[in-house]
Design a protein around this ligand. Structure first.
Ligand code: ZN
Length: 678
């Protein structure tokens, strides 16, 4: 049964496209595809992953520096050009666009002990006559146990259970002053209340993973925790597993007294954002000034194997492979320069793009990888994610053409044992890839590139869900070398094609753009079911315009612009409704407003006395507040009126009242991010 459904789906997509595809690889010459398929190694990528995953890679820390040194050393050994570790001061005060730099943070020591038979305890010391200590957390062996941005402390105190810990009512009738609170929320969500208001000394958190079907199921996971970088209520937070948290909670409920001894030597300090970068220079005297960027993020907790050592080592493997094949003459050197970037997530990218505007101007498109190695154990689905609707671009079709090729070939191999390009790593799995073409989702550095202040289209390759994300069990053991090889191929083929794109081979995109029309039609079809008539009409108009602009973006790219449509993208049919004001985005600051550890909008709105706009907590059919906000600002291009912006985000995330969009635009105006165009 599955088989016949699949055949139907293939026939349907071929009919939509009006042509029948052979098994020939798309876009690139077959000899180039064969060269890539042979050289790209999932094992080489995984060997690098196993090393990087040993570092606890917090922004601005010694662990991050070690990872950066390792990547730079490998890039040099592979023969890449311009290998550098760029340093940008981060002291908590300097702004890079919308990112307030977060100071570095390092840890010397952190342990949490339970002191049993507490009658024997006095003043942070254990008496010699039989008192016992049981160690609950040890930073040295498992660094994930200390919440990021914890500060030094040496505290012996009672533990008090306050449930979630985020509401005043959680503390009703409880005296937590000078004590350690046990909470189920992230330390950063608790600290201002627990420490700021109720004067707790610190916290122990059993916060769980991001919500998926497997949420809370595995009691042994310890989640990566965070305090608020810029909170004035400095404190410490230890992270424990659900099992440990529940155990403590049960004992407290029974009326037992639990005394803990927390020792933390850690703290923020002025430091640097470090960004590793390397290039493969282009061959064309003029076009080599244009760059295609491979991106990832090098930070996160140890081991952080899928998130995101996998993306880091996969672009490193792309770098090694392209460099080697070009040096050996097996691939022609492409016209444009290819650059590889390993930053701390989001904040490093915003910093780089703001601090190096001359570099930013050269970037025509980016290929961003965040979680690309999850094997079956992680439950991951691999996504090739198109850009936001505010930035229509053909580059997503380039990525999808290669992904679809890998889907077909890997399925053929899995189903029959025979395929010309199975993309199977010797130590990896043989499952078919089954990559999904997905609507835009936020949450990584691709948001920064595609923010309208930069306007750089970014292919986004990512796994979701992953039941081990941000926990101590996101380990190398779960990473599939076959998956790394396939992600590397999709990235390498897309990047190499874009770097060499010219008027002649540009014609090949027509093929992928016909598939685009078919894909968008499916998206519109799926969404239409949930809408009434007027909203269906709007949906159709917005998607039609998006498809046209994506088509037109090739010309902009070839003319030396970025890979988006050069023309106005105005939604021409407003059906005679009131249009509302037109706003244009200010040229500064550049970057999305809600970034890493800092919210530019919230901070500035508070200072200007602007109440939180209702749009920020709005839940739409296919998106929520943060996503609407991101796109409303992106659509404020000095051409669209408020009604057109409302229509555009309604097509993208679900119908939203015009009032909410207007209120948000006015809030943006008050803090100087947009100005009304008269
Ligand atoms: Zn990530």
């Amino acid at each position: 049964m599955k088989r016949s459904v699949l055949v139907l789906a293939i026939i349907a997509s071929e009919m939509c496209a009006g042509l029948v595809r052979g098994q020939k690889p798309p876009l690139l010459a077959e000899k180039d595809v064969a060269a890539l398929a042979n050289e790209l190694s999932g094992e080489t990528a995984k060997r690098n992953l196993e090393v990087i995953a040993t570092f606890h890679r917090q922004r601005g820390s010694r662990g991050f520096h070690s990872a950066a040194e390792l990547v730079a050393e490998r890039a040099r050994a592979y023969g890449l050009s311009d290998v550098q570790i760029l340093e940008f001061p981060a002291d908590g005060k300097i702004f890079y666009g919308t990112q307030r730099s977060r100071p570095g943070w390092d840890v010397e020591f952190a342990e949490l002990w339970e002191l049993q038979r507490i009658g024997l305890v006095s003043k942070n010391r254990i008496l010699a006559d039989g008192g016992q200590r049981v160690r609950l957390c040890d930073y040295t062996s498992e660094p994930v146990v200390l919440a990021e941005d914890s500060e030094s402390a040496d505290v012996t105190a009672e533990l008090v259970d306050v449930g979630e810990g985020t509401k005043e009512s959680d503390y009703a009738g409880k005296d937590v002053k000078g004590k350690i609170v046990l909470v189920s929320a992230q330390p950063g969500a608790v600290q201002d209340l627990a420490v700021g208001k109720f004067e707790a000394a610190g916290m122990v958190s059993y916060a769980q993973n991001q919500k998926t079907a497997w949420w809370g199921e595995d009691e042994s996971l310890i989640r990566w925790g965070h305090l608020e970088t810029f909170s004035e209520h400095k404190t410490f937070g230890f992270m424990v597993s659900l099992k440990t948290g529940r155990g403590l909670q049960e004992r407290l409920t029974r009326g037992e007294k639990i005394t803990l001894h927390a020792v933390v030597k850690a703290g923020q300090h002025a430091g640097n954002y470090e960004v590793v970068t390397a290039t493969i220079p282009g061959a064309d005297p003029k076009l080599k000034e244009e760059e295609i960027v491979f991106s990832c993020h090098l930070d996160h907790q140890r081991p952080g194997a899928n998130d995101n050592t996998s993306g880091c080592v996969t672009i490193l493997e792309v770098a090694r492979t392209l460099q080697k094949l070009i040096a050996e003459g097996k691939l022609a050197r492409p016209a444009r320069t290819i650059r590889f970037i390993w930053p701390p997530e989001i904040e490093g990218t915003i910093t780089l793009l703001n601090a190096k505007p001359e570099l930013t101007k050269r970037i025509k498109a980016a290929i961003h990888m965040d979680m690309v190695g999850g094997g079956p154990e992680t439950k991951a689905v691999f996504h090739v994610t198109r850009g936001p609707m505010s930035l229509p671009s053909f580059v997503h079709d380039v990525a999808w053409a290669s992904a679809e090729f890998v889907n077909e070939e890997s399925y053929r191999f899995a189903a029959t044992g025979k395929a010309e390009y199975p993309f199977v790593a010797p130590e990896g799995g043989k499952e078919p890839l089954r990559a999904e073409y997905s609507a835009y989702t936020m949450g990584s550095d691709h948001d920064v590139y595609q923010d309208s202040s930069f306007g750089i289209p970014a292919i986004y390759l990512n796994d979701w869900p992953d039941r081990y994300i941000h926990t101590n069990f996101d380990t190398a053991a779960n990473i599939d070398p076959t998956k790394l090889k396939r992600a590397a191929f999709i990235g390498a083929a897309s990047g190499y094609f874009l770097a060499g794109l010219n008027q002649k081979n540009g014609a090949k995109i027509v093929l992928s753009s016909e598939f685009r029309a078919a894909r968008l039609l499916l998206e519109v079809g799926r969404r239409s079911h949930e809408l009434d008539r007027p909203e269906q009409t709007i949906l159709n108009q917005v998607f039609n315009q998006y498809a046209k602009d994506a088509e037109g973006s090739v010309n902009g790219f070839l003319a030396g612009g970025i890979a988006k449509s050069a023309g106005a993208q105005q939604n021409t049919n407003t059906q005679g409704r009131v249009g509302g004001p037109i706003y244009a985005r200010a040229s500064q600051p550049r970057g999305p407003l809600a970034v890493f550890g800092y919210d530019y909008f919230a901070d500035h709105a508070k200072a200007a006395g602007v109440a939180e706009p209702k749009l920020l907590s709005y839940e739409g059919l296919w998106g929520s507040g943060e996503e609407y906000a991101y796109e409303v600002l992106n659509f404020a291009d000095g051409k669209r009126n408020a009604q057109e912006i409302r229509d555009a985000v309604s097509a993208e995330y679900g119908p939203v009242p015009l009032d909410l969009v207007l209120e948000y635009l006015k809030a943006l105006e008050k803090i100087g991010l947009v100005t009304e165009v008269k």
